[in-house]
Design a protein around this ligand. Sequence first.
Ligand SMILES: Cc1cc2nc3c(=O)[nH]c(=O)nc-3n(C[C@H](O)[C@H](O)[C@H](O)COP(=O)(O)O)c2cc1C
Length: 178
Amino acid sequence: MEFFETVKKRRSIREYQDKKVPKEMVEKILEAAFYSPSSRNRRPWHFIVVDDRDLIIKLSQARSALKFLETAPLAIVVCGDENISSAWVFDASIAAEHIQLAATALDLGACWGHVLERQHNKEKSAEEYIRELLGIPKHVRILCVIGIGYPAERKPEHSKEEIMWERVHLNKFGNVFK
Ligand SMILES: Cc1cc2nc3c(=O)[nH]c(=O)nc-3n(C[C@H](O)[C@H](O)[C@H](O)COP(=O)(O)O)c2cc1C
């Protein structure tokens, strides 16, 4: 799929068919993640590929905004090692978007489930909950969980009406660009 077609087609897909994502596709998606740019090329990423049903159900219980993971056959937990880079949030965010675009290009659906700085309950952060669930060491910080699968919902692709030309400034803030 061509780049502009892929970015237009990418939507947050939260319902998935009960069908496994082939290993070759998972590898392609991870390949795309590793092609991400990163601050000072430190490449602080860790990705936890979760295809175990029970674990995915438990991930979906990290917070209500991750409930959509329930039907996902695959989840990728996107992390960054804070000992490798203080810019890990930015680096992991870019990788998370590469993952979503790669999934779209493969005609899969994907959605970002946010973890960092969110709570599981009053006592525990969503990050701590997932850290304990998957045995992730403390210095490996958790940004989000991307749910991936064959889509079971259809959404219209993005359209030109979404483009906010008034937010684009020419040379100086407030100068009309278009
Ligand atoms: C930083 C970030 C956090 C997000 N967190 C969640 C989330 O926790 N749960 C969820 O269902 N969607 C989440 N989303 C998806 C957004 O809701 C979605 O991108 C937005 O509504 C636009 O829709 P679209 O992705 O279909 O274009 C998140 C997206 C981003 C970029």
